[in-house]
Structures are given as C-alpha cells and as structure tokens.
Ligand binder design. Structure first.
Ligand code: ADP
Ligand code: MG
Length: 218
C-alpha cells in the first residue's frame, strides 16, 4: 500500500473533469472539495484502486460518484459501475446522490437494487438496461444467480461502508459478486474504520491500492 501525497488544492477545476461536471458541481453548491475528496479524487481519476477511511458526512459519495461518472461511456449501455452498500437506506441515498451528480451528463441510467423490494420490477428495469447499479450484496447476488444482471462490462466496483458490510456478514456475498467482475476493474473501498477484516478483503480484491485516511478535526 502506498500513502497519498499531501493535498495542495481543493479546487474541483484542478481535476481532469468535463466542463458539464464542473458546472453541475457549482449548481449543487459544491464550491470546493472536502478533504476526503481532495485526497482521493486524483487517485480515483487516474484510475487507481483506493482504500479510504473518513468519518460520516465527509463527502465520500461524491468522491466515488464523480470518479465512476468520469469513467462512464454513456453510449455503451451496459452496467459499468456497481456500488455495494450495507442497507437499503444507504443504497437509496447513494443512488440519489449519483443521479444528482449525473444531471448534466445526458441519459445516464442509475438503478437501485435492494432486498425487501419485489424482484419483478427490478428484473424489468434491468431488461431495459443501466449504466450504474447501486445495491445491497444479497439482492445483487440474487440477480447475478438468476442471470438478470451481468457484470462483464464493469469498470468500477465500489464497496461503501465496507466495515459495516463485513459486520453484517456480507463477506461471502461480496466475494461471490466479485468473481463475476472483470479482473481489470477499478476497486474503491470506503470504510469508517481500518480493521483487520478490511485489510484482508482489500488484499484479496484490490491491486496496489492507495490508502487514504482523513482525520476528523472536530
Ligand atoms: P459520507 O458518505 O462521507 O458520510 P456523504 O457523501 O453522504 O458523506 O456527504 C455528506 C453531505 O455532504 C451530503 O449532503 C453531500 O451532498 C454533501 N457534500 C458532498 N461533497 C460536498 C462538497 N464538495 N461541498 C459541499 N457539500 C458536499
Ligand atoms: Mg457514505
């Protein structure tokens, strides 16, 4: 693991982002990068694997959301990014934030797939296609088993709140999901804590990840 160099700027326009994305960030009121965004976005956009630790409310969703949108080819109507979240509530929030970030990027289709919701409508939506899928590990695995979701075009895999997913017993599901993703994908791992479990899963699913820790100053 390599450690990130110190951050020199918090200006979004210092990043290699499309003008439409920069304009959208302004309309969202994102005037400058939060510390985790400033530290992680140069790594994410390279693109390199990343393991990032930062407290809740620090803007991690936009960090990986901006990154996966930058890699997206909208004309290629396949699932290119998958974000795994521990709960339906978190997946819904992440899905909404990615839709906001994608507002000025035309025709980006984001699907949220979680348990506790009927399968039929989800299968129908998947038949229409999507660029980005956000979901909980159990339901994503179910769609993979049924053959209603394919990860063969995946470019970016995000584990959000990875420590919580491990605590909830999702390790096997996550491994099963990753077996179906291309090995040359980018893998971004976000966690509030840096446990042995997190280190182990990083070692097994990431390649040469850059590790970033942003301390709270409050
Ligand atoms: P985390 O996942 O780290 O807990 P979130 O991604 O949910 O945090 O972000 C927390 C809040 O900060 C959200 O309301 C989001 O819209 C806002 N936010 C994210 N990035 C910025 C930014 N650069 N400037 C201002 N607000 C931001
Ligand atoms: Mg979050």
């Amino acid at each position: 693991m390599t450690l990130q160099v110190p951050v020199t700027t918090t200006d979004f326009s210092s990043l290699p982002l499309k003008p439409a994305m920069l304009a959208n960030l302004k309309t969202l009121g994102y005037r400058e990068m939060t510390p985790i965004q400033a530290a992680s976005l140069p790594v994410i956009l390279k693109p390199q694997d990343l393991i990032a630790q930062a407290k809740t409310g620090s803007g991690k969703t936009a960090a990986f959301g901006i990154g996966l949108l930058a890699r997206l080819n909208v004309r290629h109507f396949q699932v290119q990014a998958l974000v795994l979240c521990p709960t339906r509530e978190l997946a819904d929030q992440v899905g909404k934030e990615i839709r906001r970030l994608a507002r000025f990027t035309h025709n980006v289709k984001v699907l949220t797939l979680c348990g506790g919701m009927p399968l039929g409508p989800q299968i129908g939506s998947l038949e229409h296609g999507a660029h980005i899928v956000v979901g909980t590990p159990g339901r994503i695995m179910e769609h993979l088993r049924k053959g209603t979701l394919s990860l063969s075009s995946l470019k970016t895999l995000v584990l959000d709140e990875a420590d919580r997913m491990l605590d909830m017993g999702f390790l096997d599901s996550i491994n099963t999901i990753i077996e179906q993703a291309p090995s040359d994908r980018q893998t971004l791992l976000f966690s509030a804590t840096y446990s042995d479990g997190i280190r182990r899963i990083s070692g097994s699913i990431q390649s040469n990840p850059v590790a970033i820790t942003v301390e709270s100053h409050h």
